[in-house]
Design a protein around this ligand. Structure first.
Ligand code: HEC
Ligand code: HEC
Length: 394
């Protein structure tokens, strides 16, 4: 199929499967635009990028990927319209690490999401293709197959596939229109073979491309940290400091003589997963970083006053590798993070009810703080970050 379609992709906020909608819509458009040559990037001079031409189908070919869910994890909700295949995952890995997806061939996805930082970045803000900085801290790509509340710190992309549409065209990150990206990939014989193996024909489009990258990212499962080896696999021991840190993680904040039910703990479990599996509930919350917001977070998506200053609670798996911390990378160390929670956050109308000790604080001792940090370090999964299957294949 050689006709180009010039249509506007659905906005990132659209509900349900924007990609499926896109495919259906494009078929409808076929009758109207297929006769027009695709000579420039501006449909009628008005439609903004992103634009893409679509392959006839993005049905899957190849060998079904055996998604091995760790026995103590819940079942992930994988999308029905993007079944994983060995070939799709491998294609996604090549694309993830390919600098061709940036205009000047300077950055790949992996430039801001690299193994040593658990597939995030160790800079407060990441540097894009022209040396400019992103306006938020890069996010770790860990167990995203289990995230179903929306992607990015503010959840503005409903699906992982939608999320991946954004960085390629982002003017600071990769600055390439999807139309140009597709042309580049199509010129590469190796990709022709890989698209054919994953989708049944060598045709390249944005839908197939984001599907393959999403398949790859969903394979990035971390479940073999020291903590897991202790709790689930019976292969390791925690030190007494690490064990005590876990107890503090799971204990209510506030001393019992001050707060009824208080256990003098760190109170982390309310938001970061008391079941000790995913280490996040992935819910949008304000953990009290500011009284006045420079980035209103979730409210940018919903427009709601109640969502001002809320960000998606991140997983704490591999957290010792992903410094600096928070959506704006404001804390350089885990010690600073613990100090923040110890003072119980800055008051604001939207601060989470679980940040309940304002003006009192958790009152953690230096030993408590050190033990909490020791526990967080047990969540580092060396096998995950060293897994060659996630590394640059080039
Ligand atoms: C220049 C640095 C940079 C590049 C290049 C980049 N990212 Fe990111 N990525 C970020 C930042 C910063 C965020 C958080 C942005 C936000 O929340 O507004 C992010 C967020 C994400 C998320 C959301 C994770 C979550 O838990 O919600 C995913 C997934 C992701 N990026 C994948 C990719 C992929 C795939 C590519 C390549 C197509 C890519 N990134 C390229 C910096 C980058
Ligand atoms: C009220 C819910 C809540 C509680 C309680 C809570 N957190 Fe968080 N945590 C969050 C949210 C939300 C974020 C992201 C905030 C942001 O970036 O704006 C976060 C971020 C973090 C980060 C940085 C993650 C990253 O990728 O940058 C760490 C580390 C962390 N929390 C550890 C803890 C620990 C340890 C405790 C207990 C002492 C705790 N949290 C208690 C909700 C909570």
């Amino acid at each position: 199929m050689s006709d180009f379609f010039r249509i506007k992709l659905p906005t990132l906020r659209s509900r349900n499967s924007g990609l499926r909608w896109l495919a259906v819509f494009s078929l409808g458009l076929f009758a109207f635009v297929s006769c027009r040559p695709d000579d420039d990037g501006n449909s009628g001079g008005t439609a903004p990028s992103p634009e893409a031409r679509l392959c006839e189908s993005s049905d899957h070919a190849g060998t079904p990927y055996d998604f091995d869910v760790p026995f103590f994890f819940p079942q992930p909700q994988l999308p029905g319209d993007n079944p994983m295949t060995e070939e799709g995952v491998e294609l996604g890995r090549h694309l993830f690490w390919d600098k061709k997806l940036s205009r000047n061939n300077a950055v790949s996805c992996g430039s801001c999401h690299f193994p040593g930082a658990a597939f995030s970045d160790n800079a407060q803000f990441s540097t894009g293709l022209y040396g400019e900085q992103t306006d938020r801290n890069s996010m770790a790509l860990v167990n995203l197959a289990w995230v179903n509340t929306g992607f990015f710190w503010d959840g503005r992309a409903v699906t992982l596939e939608e999320q991946i549409l954004e960085p390629v065209e982002h003017p600071v990150e990769m600055d390439l229109t999807w139309r140009e990206a597709v042309e580049r990939l199509e010129e590469d014989p190796e990709y022709q073979d890989m698209y054919a193996a994953a989708f049944g024909s060598p045709c390249v489009d944005s839908v197939r491309t984001v599907k393959a990258i999403a398949q790859f990212i969903r394979t990035m499962v971390s479940h073999r940290s020291k903590f897991d080896k202790w709790r689930y696999y019976g292969e390791a021991m925690l030190s007494s400091a690490e064990f005590r840190g876990m107890e503090l993680f799971l204990a209510e904040g506030g001393e019992p003589d001050v707060i009824p039910g208080g256990q003098g703990g760190g109170d982390c479990f309310h938001c970061h997963g008391g079941d000790l599996v995913l280490f996040s509930d992935n819910i949008f919350r304000n953990n009290g970083l500011d009284s006045v917001f420079t980035d209103i977070g979730r409210a940018l998506v919903t427009g709601s006053e109640f969502d001002r200053g809320l960000f998606r609670t991140p997983t704490l798996r591999n957290i010792a590798l992903t410094a600096p911390y928070m959506h704006d990378g404001r804390f350089a160390t885990l010690e600073e993070v613990i100090d923040h929670y110890d003072m119980a956050g800055h008051p604001s109308p939207t601060i989470d009810p679980m940040m309940k000790l304002q003006g009192i604080g958790l009152q953690l001792s230096p030993q408590d703080k050190a033990d909490l940090v020791a526990f967080l370090h047990t969540l580092t999964d060396e096998e995950f970050v060293e897994n060659e299957a996630f590394h640059d294949p080039h």
